[in-house]
Design a protein around this ligand. Structure first.
Ligand SMILES: [Cu+2]
Length: 453
């Protein structure tokens, strides 16, 4: 057992075992039927819930017709359990099984999904909630909401979409740029793919999930963006948000009306239930689409999720996660970096390539770091589209003037901007850093943070 893994294991740590089946299934998206790939036949897959410090053991049975893998997004786990085929393991063949087993070191809101092709844009995702024994003082109940953009089994498959993007190359089809979503908030293009639906907990706005909550109860929302190509504005018109965590880690609590959540990001916020019924509304940024989950007092009629409420939400100011500050207990010590790596983000090139430092992903070409170093990554976005840049196996602190940005594992880098993140190299292995737009990542926008001796 590696030294770092030993250090993570507490004597007598509790262990949780989960059986996970990757299977095709027919799912009901709320009036829309879709044939897709799922965990256990449901959408989202059933949540896994453990406590900080526990050992999680998951046996994945691949009942799909193609190889798959499971990546535990945001978890600082042992490298050989990170679920990246060709880097940390082989793909799990059709009909085969693989057992993931690792210590879950940090509490927070996480999720898991394949790291194989564009499978994430099917129904293969589920929440992973890591409880902190000290949690619960500032809320009464919690609600996990997973957001997604949807086309699989309705329109085209994600693989067909990716082929189309590559065929059309730079700039897409003639006239296509006109119809692609734009966003002032995101400073450019809001997406590369059009989706017939967006979903909250697997449901369209027409038939949303409804949850009973009594007036005055404080609900901890655990928001997860599992979309492939869509950022969401999320708010509760009629009640404010108290933002408490981003990407699992606590922040200095901030009141907000609306938050923006990019692909791969998570955000926790407490909402105090008013009288009647309110939606937790998620509006697809730059697109005319939305989804929601309805909160209602047991005696109230559920509010409908409709254009009127969307209009209310769109008039409210938006909090960007990068403007949050790490809570004192989550902040990393301020240190000068031992090594700085620049990552220039560009695309799309011919045949829809997205590059880092002019190159598409090459598992043999990494950004070297040494264990114990303080590392700075500088993401420099020279494209017209935002990129949610994700780092495996670590969380970083976003660098701000005051050096006190949020602890995160996924950070939005807007067009023409650069973002610096710092982390301590304390988890040896080969770790991807990549764009969490699944099409950008698959088209090359991935690089490797590579521990060297
Ligand atoms: Cu990207």
């Amino acid at each position: 057992m590696a030294e770092v893994e030993r250090a993570r294991r507490l004597a007598g740590a509790r262990s949780t075992s989960v059986a996970l089946n990757a299977v095709t299934a027919q799912v009901d998206l709320g009036g829309v039927q879709a044939h897709t790939w799922t965990y256990g036949g449901q959408l989202p897959g059933r949540e896994i819930r453990v406590r900080r410090g526990e050992i999680l053991k998951v046996e994945l049975k691949n009942q799909l017709a193609e190889p798959t893998s499971v990546h535990w997004h945001g978890i600082a786990l042992r490298n050989d359990m990170d679920g990246v085929p060709g880097l940390t393991q082989g793909g799990i063949a059709a009909g085969a099984s693989f057992t993931y087993e690792f210590v879950v070191p940090d509490a927070g809101t996480y999720f898991f999904h394949p790291h194989s092709g564009v499978q994430l844009d099917r129904g293969l995702y589920a929440p992973l909630i890591v409880e902190d024994p000290d949690d619960g003082a500032d809320y009464d109940t919690e609600l996990v909401i997973v957001l997604d953009d949807w086309l699989d089994g309705v329109d085209r498959t994600p693989d067909a979409v990716f082929e189309e993007l590559k065929k059309n190359g730079m700039g897409g089809m003639p006239g296509m740029t006109m119809t692609m979503p734009k966003s002032e908030l995101l400073g450019g293009d809001a997406g590369d793919v059009s989706y017939p639906h967006v979903l909250a907990n697997g449901r369209t706005f027409r038939d949303p999930q409804a949850v009973d909550v009594r007036a005055g109860q404080r609900v901890r929302l655990r928001l997860i963006n599992a979309a492939a190509d869509t950022a969401f504005r999320v708010g509760v018109p009629g009640a404010g948000l108290r933002v408490t965590h981003t990407d699992g880690f606590p922040v200095q609590a901030r009141e907000a009306d609306v938050v923006l959540i990019g692909m791969g990001e998570r955000l926790d916020a407490v909402v105090t239930m008013p009288a009647g019924s309110v939606p937790v509304l998620a509006v697809a940024e730059g697109r005319d689409q939305y989804a929601g989950v309805v909160l209602r007092n047991p005696d109230a009629r559920a509010v409908s999720v409709d254009d009127g409420i969307v209009k209310q939400l769109m008039a409210l100011p938006v909090l960007m996660p990068t403007s949050l500050r790490a809570a004192e207990r989550a902040a990393l010590p301020v240190k000068d970096p031992d090594v700085v790596h620049d990552l220039v983000l560009e695309g799309p090139g011919d045949k829809y390539t997205w590059t880092i430092n002019g190159k598409v992903y090459d598992p043999d070409d990494g950004l070297p770091v040494r264990e114990g170093q303080q590392v700075r990554l500088k993401f420099d976005n020279r494209s017209q589209m935002f990129h949610p840049m994700h780092l495996h196996g670590h969380t970083f602190q976003v660098r701000t003037d005051a050096n006190s940005g949020p602890r995160k594992d996924t950070v939005l880098v807007l067009p023409g901007r650069s973002v610096e993140v710092d982390f301590h190299a304390d988890n040896p292995g080969q770790w991807l850093t990549h764009c969490h737009n699944v099409y950008h990542g698959e088209a090359g926008m991935m690089s490797l943070v590579s521990y060297v001796e």
